[in-house]
Design a protein. Structure first.
Length: 100
């Protein structure tokens, strides 16, 4: 037999949904070096050299590529970190997020 408190907890658990996820993408430009893009992917997205190379080539060839899928606050932080790092190093690299 369940108590009223247990019923409330069960209802609350049913209402809780996983957070919306957001894609963090890098956008191609004509000035940022391929080496810098690889560095960013390794530094901020924990990609191996091989993964970073594949994503960098996708950005280069297709105009953009997804670097990762994150909850909103983490995605916003990643975008901010990448943009700040690129600016500090004199690169016009752009990073954006979009709902998955």
């Amino acid at each position: 037999m369940t108590t009223q408190q247990e019923n409330v907890l069960l209802l609350e658990r049913d209402k809780t949904k996983p957070p919306k996820m957001y894609k963090v993408k890098l956008l191609n430009d004509d000035f940022t070096t391929m080496e810098f893009v690889i560095e960013v992917l390794q530094l901020f997205f924990s990609k191996s050299t091989e993964q970073a190379m594949q994503i960098m080539l996708k950005v280069h060839n297709e105009g953009s590529a997804v670097c990762g899928l994150y909850p909103r606050d983490i995605a916003e932080t990643k975008v901010s970190q990448v943009m700040g790092y690129a600016t500090q190093h004199g690169h016009p690299l752009r990073c954006q997020m979009e709902e998955n």
